[in-house]
Design a protein around this ligand. Sequence first.
Ligand SMILES: Cc1cc2nc3c(=O)[nH]c(=O)nc-3n(C[C@H](O)[C@H](O)[C@H](O)COP(=O)(O)OP(=O)(O)OC[C@H]3O[C@@H](n4cnc5c(N)ncnc54)[C@H](O)[C@@H]3O)c2cc1C
Length: 637
Amino acid sequence: MALDAKIPDGPLEEKWDRHRFEMKLVNPANKRKYSVIVLGTGLAGASASATLAELGYRVKTFCLQDSPRRAHSIAAQGGINAAKNYQNDGDSVRRLFYDTIKGGDFRSREANVYRLAQLSCNIIDQCVAQGVPFAREYGGHLANRSFGGAQVSRTFYARGQTGQQLLLGAYGALSRQVAAGGVTLFTRREMVELVVEDGRAAGIIARNLVTGELERHAADAVVMATGGYGNVYYLSTNAMSCNVSAAMIAYRKGALFANPCFTQIHPTCIPVHGTWQSKLTLMSESLRNDGRVWVPKKTGDTREPRLIPEADRDYYLERKYPAFGNLVPRDVASRNAKEQCDAGRGVGETGYAVYLDFRDAIERDGEEVIRRKYGNLFSMYQRITDEDPYGTPMRIYPASHYAMGGLWVDYNLMSTIPGLFVLGEANFSDHGANRLGASALMQGLADGYFIIPYTLGGYLADRPFGAHKESSDAFTEAEAAVKARIERLLVPTGRRTCDDIHRELGRIVWEHCGMSRTNEGLEEALSQVEALEAVFRQDLAMVGTADSFNQNLEKAMRVSDFLSFSKVMIADARARQESCGSHYNQAFQTEDHEALRDDAHFTHVAAWRHRGEDEEPERVVEELSFEHVTLSQRSYK
Ligand SMILES: Cc1cc2nc3c(=O)[nH]c(=O)nc-3n(C[C@H](O)[C@H](O)[C@H](O)COP(=O)(O)OP(=O)(O)OC[C@H]3O[C@@H](n4cnc5c(N)ncnc54)[C@H](O)[C@@H]3O)c2cc1C
């Protein structure tokens, strides 16, 4: 199978503009004849639903939660990037493009990333027009701060609640369309099967999570914006409902899964503090603007941090990476924290934490300034740890946070199933092997507000409307398959709970396919996951019925998908015999222990094709070519 990314011809700067001109349009009077399903109401899904309905398409929007506002995007803290260059500090579309390509360790598509950088400026204008209360300077200009992997300040923010404010903007636009009849909203619904008819996405089977009822929904196209799979690690900064199920359903139906081993481990999270914990909390990367990361120089130094003098502290990021200091990208910061802790210099009860210290910033700017910038994050930290970060350094440690991998999409954001588009964190698109901070919100909103409104039209313009019917055999078969799956899962024979099995899966992948990987560890992980799958099949404790509210069943479906997914993720990690970005295989490192790429053999996207439950998936490659940047060893020194 060959993958065609459908990258338009022409100079990099003009590709998107040309493509928009060359794509066919749907006549305004015909738009209302086409129906579109949008799965998800996070930033990608809500912005897509609102914009498509505004154009005139008939949109049906689905989400798991009781309100679109509860999508995981609400949790985003630190900010959103845009190449506005308000600071006059040397930023430009090209610099944002370059930083993103380099930050992703040269494993993303130039054309997509350039378009993202171009659209970043439109997003800020759109959100300001919606009333998103971005932070402002004294004179009224929008304020910016710095994020990792950049030497300019281009991150727009609303205190530590940027995702919430952006989602309220998108939700407002969505609600307007719900009221106007352009969007029909289905809350508490889970897409449990994708219907493919004549090789095209034709609709979905949704399960009503309150009544258990299965519903058929046909459409002319399906847009998936169902978020990332970071919860494969069980403990992560993601919301509990984040899952890989929608993506795995599409994968089994023919959509390819790209770069599943590229998972972002965020360096600044509140460390794990107990065996029964089910959630980890992020401390935004923005804190590294003012906080200094350090560990005691001596191993086993258990003195209180304030009693450790300067001479006994190692500000290891500032020491090793003087050019970027504490603002090195996440993969680099995470690996360094792990290295310090593994060498016995970690702090706190478990020894798996490093300090993030605001003493110097408070001395320099005053507590009030720090409180204004990060007040809500500090109080969150205090509530969770019962320690006052204004007086005592925060303790932080890396945790699973974001999925760079996702369903493969071409330049139009269409998967390998015609008519199935994938947006936001659910696609693999723009971040290569490592995402820079504040770029996920930018990508989700670029996809939803500015890309899909054009590319969906490009697809539909050639299609008859209403081609798929809920009464068709394809829908009947899809519904029967879901019923059979649910029946298999509901056999109540075992003793292990879904959470118990998920926790064990998380431990396996964290240990062997997390921040640092080895070939032996990956093999071991695969056999452990296979053994765990057998436990899942034979010893799962199930309660409740299919035709009622049953969270046990919801979890069982998701854990079963996480199990299947983890095998693809491990296979991807095994096949990529290099280190790049978040994928750090200990066999491939520089003398300084940095990731060592193998550009001759791995400058490509690896996309996996399902060949049946008991078959090894096929690895399909999309070669990446770089004409506008020079591939180099990533250095932040
Ligand atoms: C704590 C935290 C802080 C972050 N801070 C930042 C930040 O400051 N800046 C930044 O750029 N990025 C940040 N990120 C990343 C960013 O928040 C996410 O990548 C982004 O919000 C994902 O948006 P999305 O629309 O793709 O998916 P989500 O917001 O995850 O939405 C997914 C939607 O899909 C629905 N769904 C899922 N499965 C199904 C199904 N089977 N059927 C129907 N519906 C389904 C859900 O109900 C939900 O509505 C942060 C992430 C975390 C975890």
